[in-house]
Write a protein that binds this ligand. Structure first.
Ligand SMILES: [Zn+2]
Length: 437
């Protein structure tokens, strides 16, 4: 699920409210771009040397087309994205990483490491301290240094233009310059791409950051929220693709006309793809697990659309027995693809993701704690939503036009690519991904 419907931590606030509070408290300086009226905040007390930046003309832009499927770039609806792909390095074998949700994959992009090192395995987790399910939207939830902070330490300027409230929340004040979408964002927690791209262009023109990280949320949002039937859903999705593509075309045109293009790389990818379920293809694990006398009242579920994270809340000594029972019961529920012991080596999700990770089959969705909890037909998080577009365009000489890579690219490869481009050393312990230039 992509909707921020879970409770906040008791000591936390909604991310936009918290940002506004920081600005009012004078912790950040608000700068308003004259032309558009959009607001940006800049780290207070920024060293003038950092504001000027070292003498490199290199620029890296990361554009996330949230929820885009790779074949949609070939659909004829996205000519600008296609041109960017064909003029750059294309990775046709690219995937999102578990759990195939928005927040963990954006943090994997910017850290280059898997969730067992970053602390961010999913959008929604059961917080054992809080005793409730919540969204991972607090800056302190992300425990590994991002390439944003590491570039800042080198004296390079960075910018984040994040269209979703929870992304704005978890990336917090890390970037030198941050778009403050609070004056215009409706209750949905998402800003339309028209505003997001306007903010991106304004940020580039006003502050010219070396790295700008952008989330374009429309393609995903229109995949999730249409409830009126497949035909309308398809039309809405097509319109979103056409519109987002046009905005990416504007962005590339601006880089070219401003002379930035030949110094730039433009990494385009999605955080996950999208799968649609029929109303009768819903998996709810709360009931079957509650019917087991050993488990009843001693587990919690964090629903992530295509993945359910199940947490044993009983005595630690009985955990192994609980994991075996949860896996056995879940595996028998129609629509379940597989129930994994979270400690399985390949998952690398860390303890925040609970004890059992259950994926649904293609065409299904989870709805927990009851069948009404998740009314959204479009979902991701499960293996059916792994495939993503991933390509690196731009006019910098490190980009080989027309190159098609046979290698498996992943969302964890973004930070290593950006880091290598700017000559940054890998972080302590190294990256889990690798540079894809
Ligand atoms: Zn997403």
């Amino acid at each position: 699920m992509c909707e921020p419907s879970t409770p906040r931590r008791t000591d936390g606030q909604a991310p936009f409210d918290r940002g506004l509070g920081e600005i009012r408290a004078g912790r950040r300086t608000v700068l308003t771009a004259a032309a558009s009226g959009l607001a940006f905040s800049t780290l207070a007390g920024l060293d003038p040397a950092v504001a000027a930046g070292p003498a490199t003309r290199k620029r890296a832009y990361v554009l996330v087309v949230d929820g885009c499927r790779p074949e949609e770039i070939d659909s004829g609806l996205t000519p600008h994205l296609l041109a960017l792909r064909e003029g750059g390095v294309h990775h046709p074998r690219a995937t999102s990483m578990p759990v195939m949700e928005t927040i963990p994959n954006h943090t994997m992009m910017m850290t280059g490491v898997r969730p067992d090192r970053s602390g961010v395995p999913a959008n929604a987790v059961y917080d054992r301290e809080l005793g409730d399910v919540r969204t991972l939207d607090q800056p302190s939830d992300l425990r590994f240094p991002t390439v944003i902070e590491r570039l800042n330490r080198r004296g390079l300027r960075t910018g984040t233009v994040l269209s979703k409230e929870y992304l704005y929340g978890i990336f917090g004040e890390r970037a030198t310059h941050r778009w403050e979408p609070f004056p215009i964002v409706p209750i949905s927690g998402h800003a339309p791409d028209e505003f997001t791209m306007r903010a991106t262009l304004d940020m580039v023109e006003t502050f010219d950051p070396h790295l700008v990280f952008v989330n374009l949320g429309d393609v995903d949002r229109l995949g999730h929220t249409d409830l009126t039937g497949p035909t309308t859903l398809e039309v809405a999705r097509r319109l979103a693709l056409v519109n987002t593509d046009r905005l990416v075309g504007d962005f590339v045109a601006e880089l070219k006309s401003s002379g930035r293009w030949e110094h730039s790389i433009v990494i385009v990818l999605a955080d996950h793809s999208m799968d649609w379920s029929y109303p009768d293809r819903i998996v709810s694990l709360q009931g079957p697990l509650s019917e087991d006398p050993f488990l009843a009242g001693r587990f919690a579920i964090a629903d992530n659309g295509g993945a359910d994270l199940v947490y044993w809340t009983g005595p630690r000594a009985q955990r192994d027995k609980a994991v075996r029972r949860i896996r056995r019961i879940a595996a028998d529920v129609p629509g379940v693809l597989k129930a994994w012991d979270r400690r399985a080596d390949w998952l690398r999700l860390g303890p925040e993701s609970g004890d059992v990770v259950v994926f649904c089959q293609a065409g299904w969705r989870f709805s927990d704690p009851d069948v009404f909890s998740n009314p959204i037909p479009g979902n991701h998080g499960h293996p059916a939503t792994r495939a993503i577009p991933f390509f690196i365009g731009g006019g910098h000489r490190s980009v080989t036009p027309g190159k098609v890579s046979p290698r498996h690219a992943r969302t964890t490869d973004v930070a290593p690519t950006v880091g290598a481009f700017f000559g940054l050393k890998p972080p302590r312990g190294g990256y889990d991904g690798r540079s894809r230039l």
